[in-house]
Design a protein around this ligand. Sequence first.
Ligand code: HEC
Length: 118
Amino acid sequence: MKRFVTVLSLFTVLTLSFGSEAKAAVTAADVAKHNVANGKTVYDANCAACHASGILKAPKTGVKADWAARLPQGMDTMIKKSIDGYTAAGNMPARGGNAELTDQQVSDAVAYMVKSVL
Ligand code: HEC
């Protein structure tokens, strides 16, 4: 039984690590699923205030070092956190503080920002 549990937990660890690795890398293909031109318009009006300057510890658009630890989360996670808002080192307001934005608009803006650091 003990051996079975050990094998089982090893299997779980391997599955989890391979699983997260599979969706980890953000590629140009992830970005291409979104309307980046629309994302720029949304970004300029709603996100640039924090993400151009890095105010409140926001990761700066176009600065790869600011995104290196974030990109491995995968596109879907970063989009979800942008829609819901979250607090880690700083405070990212839900939908960048504009409740009028649709999920699509927020996703496109994330794609625009991610594209700037790929
Ligand atoms: C009021 C300032 C502010 C505005 C406006 C803002 N953000 Fe942020 N954003 C932040 C901060 C601060 C963080 C980092 C939070 C942390 O790590 O604790 C962040 C983090 C992020 C991240 C990284 C998420 C991750 O998983 O690491 C993304 C993507 C993002 N914002 C997208 C957007 C988008 C898209 C908009 C516009 C719709 C936007 N933000 C508007 C402050 C802002």
